[in-house]
Structure formats: structure tokens, C-alpha cells
Design a protein. Sequence first.
Length: 160
Amino acid sequence: MAKVPVTFNLNNSEAAVFVDLGASLIDVLRRGIGDLTPKQGCAQGTCGACTVLIEGVPHLSCLTMAETVDGRAVVTVGGLADGPRLHALQVAFMEGFAAQCGFCTPGMLMAGKALLDRTPNPSRTEVIDAISGNLCRCTGYEPIVDAILSAAARMQGRAV
């Protein structure tokens, strides 16, 4: 199979790899680069665990061909924290017990980040819509929705 060079910005650092044409982004991130933060779930685009942001837009990395990110910016959960300082979403997920088994958490965090980047003060309905492509079998979704709303309030400087 032909390999092609792909260079992209991953979590504010340059990444350069050779990939097989048609290889999924999740495989390149996890096996080629070693970023294990996106989770390999269904590999069919139905669970959302592998969600990453490409140019700020959520994408299912299991359905995204790696060569399509050449020259673009990709953010995974590994890029949310600023060194040891967690992102407001990560703090809210911890404080609100929004992660139980943790499998859906990377995808939920990335869907939440994309929402808060474009809608800093979302309604509960907007949060539910934003995470609708992500499956969770543990929390019943309410703690996740509450955590995203809490993070939005914290980021806006409002009381939580």
C-alpha cells in the first residue's frame, strides 16, 4: 500500500508522519503518533468516543482518513489542558462525576469544547444536541450535560 507524508498541527505541536492511503485518523493518532486520548470504540462512526476537533469542528476520527488532515489543526483531549492546568470542562467533569467508566469521556469533552467555542453560553437543549452523536452507557447523560453547563458558567465568570 502506498504511504504518503502528512504534516499537521496536533495539540499546538507539529506532527509529521507517513500514512497508508485510507488509514483512519484514529489509527494514526494512536498507533503512529502515540496519542491515546481519543478512544477506539465502534470503528463505525456511531459511538463518538473517537471525536477530535479538526479546525475546531468535531469529527469522528475512525471515519476520517488521515491524509485529509494534512496542513490542518487537530485537537484531541491531550490538547485540552494547559500543562498541569486542566481545562474548565475537565474540571467540571471531575467535580460533577460526569465520567464513570470514562470510555465516552474523550468524545464528550471534545463535543463540549466545540460547542463552548462557538456558543459560550449554551442552553441545555444546545448541549444535548451537541453531544447527541456520543453514546454513554453509564451516566444517563445528565451529569455530562450539567458538567458542560457548569464549565460554560465557569468560563463566563458566572457562579457555578
